[in-house]
Design a protein around this ligand. Structure first.
Ligand code: ADP
Length: 433
């Protein structure tokens, strides 16, 4: 029997995303008699596999295993939980059968299959694993590994035959975010995790101690700073349902039906608990009642207050409200038992911008001319959403620059495609726009 070691789970560095790594201490690697690239079986509530690499110096001697969110999901663990890890044999995959989660995607495209082969090459996997792949033009797509030959843990290589088949297990999972997708808000993320993740995950502990978990958290800060993103990340990482409510829309679109709609959302949340109800621009629903406001708003505030007071759970449904004008929110909403926790989300400093830039460029093919530090300096005053747009624009600039150079009379070859990269000038041009 191979030596097994238990580790505390930490999240991965942005640059590790998509690599299939588990990072642990060198000393532990020696104890387990493994070398870089060996395959480890990771056991949490579920079992998965990853390639072992040494940890960064700041994690030395701390008994920590760094794993990105998809690997944590596959191991059925969250951050700070424990996994047991042991070495297992590496075997090349002859065949890999995948089922897409999103039934609407079409895999007849040869380009997509090629891409899939390229990004999966070298990754270890085992039946039941989820894979996250970014396909051209689309957002992340999720696949489940439903078959491998041989059985057990396998490593995909260039010769592996990859089959994609749709099954009933496919479901529509529109948008997942993970903690690694959020940059420059480490402290804020830590706080929101304490307030929301702990009670969602361990309701029995709160019940046992008789401690009330927060029902409502108010996030305030300028638009585009990552409030929605954080709420989504918490819901994805805790496998909680995410119900998005847009404040102005509730008030305007469903004229006369606003209260019924809010009631419905709370009912759905309780049915699908654990759940997070995210109310964007909550100031539109619940403006200060001293201001002159319409009947609809008055009734909706009353309804919202009644629903929140009626939430008898201990943390199984959490309401997160977001606003950029906290002073405009009805004080009645901020009393104990309602939105009694607040968190301010500020625009990123240079260090935060650097992290956000790394996140938004990690899936882009950038060349060595791209100086991220310099971009972080130049983007003073940008919020996360601005940085996301800057990176997208830089990508589009590269496409425009490179398109004329491509000979479309011939079929595009992989090696020619590999030469296409985004450079610093593409970012400069995006910056000037
Ligand atoms: P808010 O809810 O505060 O208005 P969002 O969370 O909707 O902002 O941000 C919009 C988009 O901008 C996000 O989907 C993400 O792509 C990007 N973004 C914003 N803040 C961050 C951040 N802190 N880290 C990484 N990306 C961010």
């Amino acid at each position: 029997m191979e030596k097994a070691i238990s580790f505390r789970v930490a999240d991965a560095m942005p640059e590790d995303v998509g690599q299939g790594y588990i990072r642990i201490d060198n000393a532990d690697m020696e104890k387990m008699e493994v070398i870089i690239g060996d395959i480890l079986e990771i056991q949490g509530r579920k079992t998965t596999v990853a390639k072992v690499v040494p940890c960064f110096s700041q994690y030395k001697n701390q008994n920590i295993a760094q794993m990105e969110s998809i690997i944590r999901e596959n191991a059925g663990v969250g951050i700070d939980e424990r996994v047991t890890v042991r070495k297992i044999a590496r075997q090349p995959a002859q065949t890999l059968v995948l089922s897409p989660l999103d039934v609407t995607i079409d895999f007849s495209d040869a380009q997509d299959s090629k891409h899939l082969e390229r990004v999966l090459n070298g990754l270890p996997m085992i039946i039941g694993d989820r894979l996250k792949v970014n396909l051209a033009g689309a957002r992340s797509q999720y696949f489940t590994v439903i078959g491998t030959a041989p059985q057990g843990a396998v490593i995909v290589n260039a010769a592996t035959e990859i089959k994609v088949t749709k099954t009933d297990a496919s479901e529509d999972r529109s948008f997942r975010a993970s903690y690694e997708d959020v940059g420059g808000l480490d402290k804020e993320l830590q706080r929101i995790r304490e307030m929301v993740e702990l009670p969602l995950k361990y309701p029995e502990i709160f019940r046992q101690l008789g401690v009330e978990a927060p029902k409502g958290v108010l996030l305030y800060g300028p638009p585009g700073t990552g409030k929605t993103l954080m709420a989504r990340a918490v819901s994805s990482e805790t496998n909680a349902a995410f119900l998005h409510v847009n404040g102005p829309e509730i008030i305007n679109k469903f004229y006369g039906e606003s209260e019924a709609r809010i009631r419905e959302i709370f009912e759905t949340a309780q049915r699908r608990a654990p759940a997070i109800i995210f109310i964007d621009e909550i100031d539109a629903i619940a403006p200060k009642r001293t201001e002159v406001i319409g009947d609809v708003e008055k009734r909706v505030v009353a309804q919202l207050l009644a629903l929140m007071d009626g939430l008898k759970n201990r943390g199984q449904v959490v309401v997160i409200g977001a606003t950029n004008v906290p002073d405009m929110v009805d004080p009645a909403l901020r009393r104990p038992g309602r939105f009694d926790r607040e968190l301010s989300i500020n625009p990123p400093d240079r260090f935060g911008r650097l992290k956000i830039l790394k996140i938004h460029t990690r899936l882009m093919t950038i060349d060595s001319s791209v100086n991220i530090e310099k971009l972080a300096q130049m983007t003073h005053g940008f919020v996360g959403a601005d940085i996301a747009i800057l990176c997208k624009e830089a990508g589009m600039n590269a496409v425009r620059r490179l398109l004329p150079e491509i000979d479309f009379s011939e079929e595009l070859r992989e090696e020619d495609l590999a030469k296409l990269t985004i450079n610093m000038n593409d970012f400069f041009a995006a910056f000037r726009e």
